[in-house]
Design a protein around this ligand. Structure first.
Ligand SMILES: *[C@@H]1O[C@H](CO)[C@@H](O)[C@H](O)[C@H]1NC(C)=O
Ligand SMILES: *[C@@H]1O[C@H](CO)[C@@H](O)[C@H](O)[C@H]1NC(C)=O
Ligand SMILES: [Zn+2]
Length: 458
């Protein structure tokens, strides 16, 4: 009975949603091969507060299966909305314990047990060893919603900003659902992991004593949304396939701009901050943008040299809001690429996932003769090579500076794991190919669209 009702509602909802859509648009690649990239949905124009946001669910899918029949696209849109609806139901069910409403006759005793364990894990949400993969399983795939909601509560944001908890939950479910679960790496679990890392950094003494609730609020929202609607391919891929996002953002921080605008779209749609003044909402949107845009890895050199000169001069003053926000940008950058600073067990899993995503892009590039991007060729690359290059040219320089800024036990722990993990990958590398212990040369050859030209650590 309940299920039938949900299905009826779902069907009505989907009819309504699909009837509002403009439908699919197809884009030809400049490449002569039969490469078609279809995007579903459109970009909703909302000029109310200054700029247009990306439409929720515009999800720049690069789906090569669906370019023949229109009916399949309808199916795909419907499936997505059903998934969203069911996911919300699933979330509500699994979150009884978080809401403190226990249903004694719950149909599934195991659910309750998992909830109990997840709740237990949240007591240690500030531990650097927090196992987000386990937490995701225990929450039935709702790690991002559960973790972020918990952190909002823990930091007193719900009370301080008078947030409607139902709206907050809906907002977080929408965020979680707009990540692509089929991406091996850039999915909601990565977002949850980054949010957890951000929480660890916010607790560091230097930050915690100067941050305002507003800073914490923006940091958590930016962390949770920083890769929203990520298509699972990188910017050079979007540029060379003439993806509409590359055009829209003029080949510059294409993905990060999309993540930001998508986040703003969800913020407005959820009405979570509708009770705040327009000025505050606009300020929030632009500051979240500054944080998300800082995660563009091709801009790392600029951020890093600014950070370095502040540290050299010793002139960072965290009573100054601009300085605080700069530090939060650096913190989010660290959170985003902290995988190699986790324990080997966690770090190794992330390495496998990100490589799988790279190689998947490489497979598509090969198939359509687009030229295989650096690090994406499964014939010539290995996880170990990629990781060693990533650590050497990006992670070590960033975390080295971070430890200068915040020389704490956490920073030492992170650098410790980083060293051990790099040694482990070097061991793997030696086993695989005898002698080589150099970092992947691809990191050095890359053009600035993909990675910064790091100063060579020779
Ligand atoms: C649970 O089920 C038991 C047995 O069916 C029943 O006695 C009890 O009233 C139910 N309680 C709830 C909360 O449904
Ligand atoms: C983006 O890059 C493509 C490919 O290099 C180029 O054709 C296009 O003109 C660029 N667009 C802008 C706005 O720079
Ligand atoms: Zn990320």
């Amino acid at each position: 009975m309940g299920i039938v009702l949900i299905w009826c509602l779902a069907v009505i909802l989907i009819r309504w949603i699909t009837s509002k859509r403009r439908g699919a648009i197809s884009y030809d690649s400049s490449d002569q091969t039969a490469l078609y990239i279809r995007m579903l949905g459109d970009v909703r124009v909302r000029s109310r507060a200054g700029f247009e946001t990306e439409r929720r669910g515009s999800h720049p899918y690069i789906d090569f299966r669906i370019f023949h029949s229109n009916s399949e696209i309808e199916v795909s849109v419907s499936a997505r909305n059903v998934r969203r609806l069911l996911s919300f139901q699933r979330y509500l069910r699994s979150s009884r314990f978080f809401r403190g409403i226990t249903a004694p006759n719950s149909s599934n005793i195991l659910d309750d047990d998992y909830n109990g364990q997840a709740k237990c894990m949240l007591e240690k949400v500030g531990n650097w060893n927090f196992d987000i993969f386990l937490f995701d399983r225990l929450t039935n795939g709702n790690s991002l919603v559960s973790l972020t909601f918990h952190l909002f509560n823990l930091h007193g944001l719900i009370e301080h900003f008078q947030l409607d908890t139902m709206k907050l939950r809906r907002f977080l479910v929408m965020v979680q659902e707009d990540y692509h679960s089929q991406n091996p790496y850039h999915n909601a679990v990565h977002a949850a992991d980054v949010t957890q890392a951000m929480h660890c950094y916010l607790k560091e003494p230097k930050l915690s004593k100067s941050l305002t609730p507003w800073d914490v609020l923006l940091s958590l929202i930016a962390a949770a949304t920083h890769d929203l609607d990520h298509p699972g391919v990188n910017q050079p891929f979007l540029i060379k396939t003439n993806h509409y996002l590359a055009t829209l953002y003029k080949n510059t921080s294409v993905l990060e701009n999309h993540h930001w605008r998508s986040a703003v779209g969800l913020l407005r749609e959820s009405g979570l901050f509708a009770h705040m003044s327009l000025e505050n909402r606009q300020l929030m949107e632009s500051q979240i943008g500054d944080l998300i845009l800082a995660t563009d890895i091709s801009q790392q050199n600029e951020y890093l040299s600014m950070f370095r000169s502040h540290l050299d001069r010793g002139d960072l003053c965290l009573e100054n809001a601009n300085h605080r926000h700069f530090i939060l940008q650096m913190a989010l950058k660290c959170a985003d690429i902290c995988n190699p600073c986790r324990t080997w067990e966690l770090s190794k899993q992330w390495s496998e996932k990100v490589t799988e995503e790279f190689f998947h892009q490489g497979d598509i590039e090969k198939k359509y003769h687009l030229g295989v991007s650096p690090l994406c060729d499964r014939q010539t690359e290995t996880i170990a090579n990629i990781q060693i290059g990533f650590m050497t040219y990006l992670v070590e320089p960033l975390f080295g500076e971070w430890a200068r800024f915040s020389n704490t036990r956490l920073s030492q722990t992170m650098l410790g794991h980083l060293g051990l993990n790099k040694a482990s990958w070097k061991g793997v590398q030696r086993e695989q190919c005898g002698s080589g212990d150099d970092a992947d040369p691809a990191f050095e050859e890359m053009d600035s669209d993909i990675l910064p030209q790091e100063p060579r650590l020779s």
